[in-house]
Write a protein that binds this ligand. Sequence first.
Ligand SMILES: Nc1ncnc2c1ncn2[C@@H]1O[C@H](C[S@+](CC[C@H]([NH3+])C(=O)[O-])CC(=O)[O-])[C@@H](O)[C@H]1O
Ligand SMILES: O=C(O)C(=O)Cc1ccccc1
Length: 244
Amino acid sequence: MPRSETDLIFSNKQSKIKDFAFDAQVVEVFPDMISRSVPGYATIIETIGRLSQQYVTNNSNVYDLGCSLGAATLAMRKAITAKHCKIIGIDNSAAMVERCKMHINAFKGETPVEIIEDNILNTEITNASMAVLNFTLQFVEPEQRQSMLNNIAQGLLPGGILVLSEKIRAEDRTCDELLVDLHHDFKRANGYSELEIAQKRTALENVMRTDDLATHTKRLKQAGFRHVTPWFQCFNFFSLIAIK
Ligand SMILES: Nc1ncnc2c1ncn2[C@@H]1O[C@H](C[S@+](CC[C@H]([NH3+])C(=O)[O-])CC(=O)[O-])[C@@H](O)[C@H]1O
Ligand SMILES: O=C(O)C(=O)Cc1ccccc1
């Protein structure tokens, strides 16, 4: 991912904090924002690449749902060795999609990539050997999360894999507070001020509603995934693998 501007979006005191949106201002600073805010982001992207080498089969589709600037798509395109595959990246932010297409075109790769501006809830998933929801499901309305996962499961081939990364709420309140504090320490260590941390937290309150691990696991099983396991945790950030 190319270097981006420093994220200063929440650095000045705002009289009224608007709901967080993936607009042009966020796109400009997104790589910096996500790497300073999500513990383990680089490891997760790298592992998505490794899993694509292992799981993507010849003549199949690969979906990057909520692709933002295409970090997972690029990692998979670099790693896939299967032939005649296609990667489909989808995002409903026009600003993200425009910049994503520029990023993808800046690199060469064997596997064709199509970037589509759409709501992932409307996306038809077919003939898929791999799907990625890397910190995207948390922005989908909770009532729509089960049908989103059902749709992915029905579009995956037998043995196909879903990588689901999410910020998670710990069931135990004391533990949850501890994990949230540790995440805020991580943000502080990456140069965010108390004001930035507090204002972004407020901006995310209505748009990013987190579930606990048991809810995620139950939904994946309900959708028809036979094998489900978390493979990564740092503080309240998780990544799960689900195999059909
Ligand atoms: N219903 C929806 N339909 C389509 N896109 C959506 C929807 N809801 C949210 N998005 C999109 O999902 C992305 C979430 S960011 C993903 C990072 C990326 N996966 C990465 O690996 O770098 C996560 C984060 O910033 O914490 C944004 O680009 C939204 O526009
Ligand atoms: O920044 C945070 O506090 C987060 O929870 C992660 C995040 C990263 C990028 C956009 C939205 C949320």
